[in-house]
Design a protein around this ligand. Structure first.
Ligand SMILES: *[C@@H]1O[C@H](CO)[C@@H](O)[C@H](O)[C@H]1NC(C)=O
Ligand SMILES: *[C@@H]1O[C@H](CO)[C@@H](O)[C@H](O)[C@H]1NC(C)=O
Length: 216
C-alpha cells in the first residue's frame, strides 16, 4: 500500500514538473544577460547589477514595417532576450508580425511559450491544432483589436485574409520562446531526414518528398 503512495507521489511530481514547465521565476530584481560570460547556464549569466543601464531594458524599432517580400508573405520581428538583454530570467518577450495581402505565417510551434496576439491593422485568420489523437483545429477570424491565444507548444498559424497589409503584436511567455516551423524542420533539416522515411511518414512517393524538400 505504502509503495502505491510513493508511486502516486512520483507521478504527481512528474506531472507537476511537466505541467509547470516554463521559464523559471527570477531569484533577484534583475539579471541582465552578460553576453561576454563564458559560463554556460540555462539562460545567460548576470551582468554586474552596478553596471546595468536603461539601455539594457530598451529596444527601438517595432514601429518599422517588416519586409514581407518573401515566398510566404509575412515577417516576424522578434524582441526577445537576444534583442533586450534585460529580459534574461523574466519569462516574457514580444514580436511584431507583418503580413502582405494573403500572406501566411506558416504552421509552427514555440517550444517554450504560450502566445497572446492582437491585431493592430487588417484582419487575420488564426488557428492552432490540439495534440494527438484529436488534432482538433481551433480557428477564427480576428479583426483589428481582437486578441487570440496560442497555447504553449501547439502548432499554430496566421493568415492575412484581406487585400491590405495586416499587422499584429504578440506577447510570449518566455525570454526565448524558440520557433519550430514545421515545413523547415521536417523538409529542410540539415542534413536531410532520409527521403524514404519521409515518404512513408507522409504516405507519398520519394519524388514528392524531393519536390517539397527543394522548396526549403
Ligand atoms: C525586402 O526583401 C527583398 C527580398 O529579400 C529584397 O529584395 C528587398 O530589397 C527588401 N526590401 C527592403 C525595403 O528592404
Ligand atoms: C480583394 O481583391 C479582389 C481582386 O481585386 C476582389 O475581387 C475582392 O473583392 C477583394 N476583397 C476585399 C475583401 O476587398
Amino acid at each position: 500500500m505504502a509503495s502505491h503512495f510513493v508511486l502516486l507521489g512520483m507521478l504527481v511530481a512528474i506531472y507537476c514538473s511537466v505541467a509547470l514547465a516554463s521559464d523559471p521565476s527570477p531569484l533577484q530584481d534583475l539579471c541582465v544577460a552578460d553576453r561576454t560570460a563564458s559560463v554556460l547556464i540555462n539562460g545567460f549569466a548576470c551582468k554586474n547589477p552596478k553596471l546595468v543601464q536603461a539601455d539594457d531594458f530598451f529596444f527601438s524599432g517595432l514601429h518599422l514595417q517588416g519586409n514581407t517580400s518573401n515566398p510566404v508573405g509575412s515577417k516576424v520581428t522578434p524582441v526577445t532576450v537576444a534583442q533586450i538583454p534585460g529580459l534574461n530570467t523574466l519569462g516574457i518577450s514580444l514580436v511584431r508580425l507583418d503580413f502582405a495581402p494573403w500572406g501566411v505565417n506558416p504552421p509552427h510551434t514555440h517550444p517554450r511559450a504560450t502566445e497572446i496576439l492582437t491585431v493592430v491593422e487588417g484582419r487575420l485568420e488564426v488557428g492552432f491544432v490540439t495534440s494527438n489523437p484529436e488534432n482538433r483545429l481551433i480557428t477564427t477570424i480576428l479583426e483589428k483589436g481582437d486578441v487570440f491565444v496560442f497555447p504553449e507548444g501547439l502548432v499554430h498559424f496566421q493568415r492575412n485574409t484581406g487585400n491590405v497589409s495586416a499587422v499584429a503584436i504578440a506577447g510570449l511567455s518566455s525570454q526565448s520562446p524558440g520557433v519550430i516551423t514545421i515545413g523547415n524542420a521536417v523538409f529542410g533539416s540539415n542534413p536531410e531526414i532520409p527521403d524514404d522515411l519521409l515518404a512513408k511518414a507522409f504516405q507519398v512517393d520519394a519524388k514528392t518528398v524531393n519536390m517539397i524538400q527543394s522548396k526549403f
